[in-house]
Unconditional design. Structure first.
Length: 214
């Protein structure tokens, strides 16, 4: 497996992901750089190392910031977050479809000065998007608005398929570096991280329900 296929999950100082939408994944170069500069602590790592003439380090699979970073208050505007807000439902015919069969539509077309924003973009299926065209003769069933992070986290879906494919690498051939704390802290860490931290000699695959219920 190539070194370039080893992303690292970035956690905040409270051991929660820095971002869920999109998921806070960084390249192994950024993870190693943060480790060398003392900005992050390694939580779990791969069974592969990188070397320099005077230094060798295992590739981190999960790292945690040493200083707490305040979470982003505004949900970033992305195509997938629009789908999450609308619960993967076409806002014109109310049909629920997989993400591969959905697109986003400008309520007020860009040809008429419509902006690409939370307040002017809704989820639409292919047939409805083609039927509406560059006109305003069709109106969505709900008024588009900016969602909250809590609202998106309640949607029973995981991260985008591309990110899940990358994240699944974290469950392969990784081992725990920091031992789990005892008592309440141990139960808390298990609740927040689920199986992101691989414990024991046998690797454990990621549980997507952890991300959906976080």
């Amino acid at each position: 497996m190539r070194v370039s296929t080893h992303p690292a999950l970035l956690l905040n100082a409270d051991f929660r992901p820095v971002s869920l939408f999109p998921l806070s994944l960084v390249s192994w170069q950024e993870a190693v750089s943060g480790l060398v500069r003392g900005r992050v602590a390694v939580v779990a790592e791969y069974d592969r190392s990188v070397r320099s003439p005077s230094y060798e380090v295992r590739l981190p699979s999960v790292v945690a910031l040493k200083r707490f970073r305040r979470p982003r208050q505004r949900v970033p505007f992305t195509r997938y977050n629009v789908f999450l807000r609308d619960r993967f439902t076409c806002q014109y015919c109310l049909a629920v479809r997989p993400a591969s069969e959905l697109t986003f539509d400008h309520v007020r077309p860009r040809s008429m000065g419509g902006e690409t924003s939370w307040q002017n973009v809704v989820t639409a299926c292919g047939p409805c998007n083609a039927r509406k065209g560059s006109f305003m003769r069709m109106q969505p069933k709900t008024v588009p608005r900016m969602p909250s992070t809590r609202e998106l986290m309640r949607v029973p879906r995981g991260p985008p398929a591309r990110e899940l494919a990358r994240l699944s690498l974290l469950g392969r051939r990784a081992r725990t570096v920091i031992p789990a704390p005892s008592g309440v802290c141990q139960r808390r860490r298990r609740t927040e991280l689920g199986s992101w931290i691989v414990r024991g000699p046998e690797p454990r695959r990621l549980q997507l329900s952890t991300l959906s219920s976080a």
